[in-house]
Structures are given as structure tokens and as C-alpha cells.
Design a protein around this ligand. Sequence first.
Ligand code: PLP
Ligand code: COI
Length: 339
Amino acid sequence: MNNIDWKQLPFAYFKTDFNVRVYHKNGQWGNLEVSDSEHIPIHMAATCLHYGQEAFEGMKAFTGIDGRIRIFRMEENAKRMMRSAHGVMMAEVPVDLFSKVVLKAVKLNLKYLPPYGEGASLYIRPLLIGTGAQVGVAPAKEYMFMVFVGPVGPYFKEGFNPVKMQIVRDYDRAAPVGTGHIKVGGNYAASLRAGQRAHQDGYSSCIFLDAREKKYIDEAGPANFFGIKGNTYVTPDSSSILPSITNMSLRVLAADMGMKVETRQIPVEELEEFDEVGACGTAAVISPICLIHDRDTGKVYQYCKNGQPGTISQKLYSRLKGIQEGLEPDVHGWNTFVE
Ligand code: PLP
Ligand code: COI
């Protein structure tokens, strides 16, 4: 038996028993290999180390109220990883292979799946890297796809309690027609300095603006941004943000709730007009934002003045969690059961 204090889990690496790997050589994917090692032996000239040929994904498995295990929207993550692979010229992992590796990694580590009601889930981290050696700038001829998993708690220590964020203009996480729309490591490297400064200044994360004009809201750290204005759900349209699967789902749920949904540019000044704002993503789920500080203008935008998340954010959160944990019917067919 495990002695895991599920309720206290941070969002962090957690060693489990097995991971699953598959190698692409001579133009084709090989067989699944189960490993109990936390390490990857790698050629020193591998392209993932030098030229950023790497992409990853993040998804979650939940124990439902009925005891069944659900993985949320796995196929969307598989498709996004294919787009990431295409973007940095890596071998693409077909959706069925992606699913097979994910399911195997989850099944091999079932004892790490948090029980229902503990506020935790099993985070699933697929990783695709160029392993072939190159010294000239060129894509590798060999790749490895692997999946590891680990139990996690909330990404922001506040959980569903409101967080504070800082608007930055002196850093960009991605260029307008660069790699912001795919999930590759370079975007995260570019976000580290701004993120660390935001933490040191007392904020959970930073809000990046569009890289070209610094006029519009782009991305809320490792999550998408959304705002609620009356009965409208608004989220940025930008070529440099990651198309969040959580956000895609919230747009559907908002429409199901009878809300209007707008995907469009959001000028910074419009922050004044929102009733509620939040960050959304697999790790962040919905993190309501109570305060945004613009570090250049000094302007402060405040929300949820009673200290509580807004009512629409709460509704969206419980609908989303409800589907993921089997409390609500999965009318859109978003869950994959692990049998
Ligand atoms: N934006 C960035 C930069 C992210 O890293 C993530 C996390 O995956 C998201 C948004 C949210 O995407 P998703 O909801 O698919 O997890
Ligand atoms: C996710 O939400 O899955 C993420 O990837 C965010 C972060 C941990 C990179």
C-alpha cells in the first residue's frame, strides 16, 4: 500500500514504478518498451539537446465517483502533439500509438492514481524527442516517444482560490509566427525569467502580451486566459498562444450554459470591463484571478472582491470537474475509460 497524503500533493515530479517508451528508427515506430528507469541514455549530439527538437503534452486521469478511471480528451492531446512534431520536424506519433502508450503507462501505475474526492489526479506527461545525432542544424533521423505519470495536486498552491498575476512587456514567451501555438520546450525556456520574477514579486504567474504590439492579452503563464463579461465568455485569439484543450472544453460548456462565446483579441484596457477573469489549463484547471498588476503602468485590476471566485467561473469549474469525475453526463464524449 502507498502512504501518499493525496490532499497535500503539490504539482511536482513524483516517482512511480514504470514508464513506457517507443523508438522511431529507419522511418518507423518500434514496439512498446516498459522501463523502470527514470533516466534516458542519450547521444551527446541528440537534436533535442542542441536544436530544441522536443515536444511534450500534459493530461490527467481521474478516479470517478463510480470508481471508474477516466482520461480527459486524450485524442486532442495526441493531435496537438502531432502538430507540435510537425512544427519542429519530428516524427509524428499516430493517435492510436499515442493512446496505447498512455493507457499502458497509466495501467502500470494504477496504485498512484489518487482516489476520488482527494483533490488530486494522475498527471500524464507524454514526451517526444529527437534522439539522433546532428551537428549541422537539421532534424534528427531517430526519435523517442515516452510517457511517464505521477500523482499531482493543484498547479497554483491556491487551488481553486483566486490567484494574482503580473502583466509583463519586457519578455515574450513566443513570437507571432514562431512556436507559441505548439507545445515545445523553447516556449517554456523563454517564459522562465518572467515567471521567476513574477513569483519573486508575489504573483502566481505572469501574463504575456502579444509579441508584436504589446497591446493584447496573450497567455497567462502556462495556461490560457479567459474573461467573463455579463453572459459572454471571452478568450484571446492569437497565433502565439497554445490552443488549450481545457479552454476548448470551457467554450463548449459556456455555450451549453447559454453563454455567448467570443474568441478575439483582448486589449489590455478591456481588463477593466470583465466581471471575472481566470487562467485555464490541464495543470491549472480553472484558476480564478483576483488581481492583475501591470508592472509598467502600475495599474491594478481587481476581481472577486469578496475573496471568492465569480459565480460563472465556479459553474464552469464544477461542470468540468463533474464530467472528469463522472458526476455529470459526458454528453460530448470527452472521456476515455481505463478498463
Ligand atoms: N498554455 C500553455 C502555455 C500551456 O503550457 C498549457 C498547458 O498545457 C495551456 C495553455 C493549457 O492547455 P491545456 O488546457 O491543453 O492543458
Ligand atoms: C499543463 O497544463 O499540462 C501544462 O503543461 C502546464 C505546465 C505544467 C507546463
